[in-house]
Ligand binder design. Structure first.
Ligand SMILES: C[S@@+](CC[C@H](N)C(=O)[O-])C[C@H]1O[C@@H](n2cnc3c(N)ncnc32)[C@H](O)[C@@H]1O
Length: 340
């Protein structure tokens, strides 16, 4: 069923065929959701970096308390089989080449005090990440490039909904050869690990089980979003995650029609992926300019600059924008949470 989600008492900045984006503090917006209603919350909060970013970073010592406020609400709003995926970049302590432990303190706090379970720890390897911090890596050459973010997959219970067959990785060339001609390539052997590499390994399952090391370059350069920002001379969001990151978890942990929420939406990468994957979605972001530019994700290449400028201005001035008219036509059914 196609339905647009709406919060009962809040006006969205814009809505699409599958979801709605709200401007405001997520701690307030989350309260508007019914308890036990959300399948997946996936988000990348402002990191506890020492270098202050324009969208505001909390000092590391306050950071865990601050994040725990959101996590407590998320816990209440998740269904029992729901998941909370948090992407956290690492950082250094101020002035010394020593890593902060903040991103490891987060799962301890969320599990010990709020009740979450750590379903699995993921590591997002971004090969296109630039060396930093410059002082330790480039100048003094005493630390390596930090190219891995921790991505914690929390669940409300021990048994979150998950199906790894929806996120199979492409087979290696070697495996493809084996599948094409098992008799030629199959050599019975027991590995040192004790795994018996039997002929069952030559069954084509459509792909291989992915690992918890996700290799995804963050090097988007030609998207509808970037194009819109360029055409209107609007600043791009400085800390977007690549579409492949939410795509992996949305496919893995939800089904079409399920509800996905991003509580630190930024340029609404999550909403765009959820829309494409036919999940219903809500995006919460406190800076209206970021939300206004995120609307470009739901437009087509045919939208002219005047139309885009109007959409951007209307969102910035608090006027509700209906983006469904710019998307391909489909029958729409407007649902609010209380009428489901
Ligand atoms: C790391 S960015 C998220 C980027 C996003 N994943 C993307 O791909 O564009 C974090 C965002 O959280 C927003 N934010 C910070 N505190 C917030 C709050 N209390 N409520 C809603 N959004 C908040 C910031 O304005 C910032 O845009």
């Amino acid at each position: 069923m196609n339905s647009i989600l709406r919060l009962k008492n809040k006006k969205p900045a814009y809505f699409t065929q599958k979801g709605a984006a709200y401007c405001g503090d997520s701690r307030e917006l989350l309260q508007e959701l019914p308890d036990s209603s959300v399948n997946l919350v996936i988000s990348s909060p402002p990191f506890a970096l020492q270098r202050k970013k324009e969208y505001g970073n909390k000092e590391q010592n306050e950071y865990i308390d601050w994040l725990a406020e959101f996590a407590t609400l998320v816990y209440r709003k998740l269904r029992d089989d729901g998941s909370f995926v948090l992407d956290l970049g690492g950082s250094y302590e101020k002035g010394v080449p020593v890593r902060s432990l903040y991103n490891y303190r987060v799962p301890i706090r969320l599990c010990d005090d709020i009740g979450f379970f750590l379903a699995e720890d993921f590591y997002w390897y971004n090969p296109s990440k630039l060396p930093s911090p410059i002082e330790w890596v480039n100048k003094r050459k005493i630390r390596t490039k930090d190219s891995v973010n921790t991505v914690w997959w929390f669940s409300k219970t021990e048994w979150p909904k998950a199906d790894v067959t929806k996120v199979l990785a492409p087979y290696s060339e070697r495996m493809k050869k084996l599948l094409d001609n098992p008799d030629k390539y199959y050599k019975p052997k027991v590995r040192p690990s004790g795994h018996d590499i039997g002929k069952a390994f030559s069954k084509d399952n459509g792909g291989s089980i992915p690992s918890n090391l996700l290799q995804i370059p963050n090097s988007e350069s030609n998207s509808q979003y970037l194009n819109g920002c360029k055409v209107l001379s609007v600043k791009q969001h400085p800390a977007r995650f690549p579409v492949k990151l939410p795509e992996f978890f949305i496919r893995f942990l939800t089904d079409p029609g399920d509800i996905v929420v991003d509580i630190f939406a930024g340029s609404n990468t999550t909403g765009q992926v959820a829309e494409i994957e036919e999940r219903r979605w809500l995006a919460f972001e406190e800076q209206v300019e970021y939300l206004a530019a995120s609307a470009f994700r739901f437009l087509t290449k045919d939208n002219n600059p005047e139309e885009m400028q109007e959409i951007y201005n209307n969102i910035c001035s608090g006027e509700l924008v209906d983006l469904t008219q710019y998307q391909s036509q489909m029958s729409l059914n407007l649902l609010s949470f209380d009428s489901q």
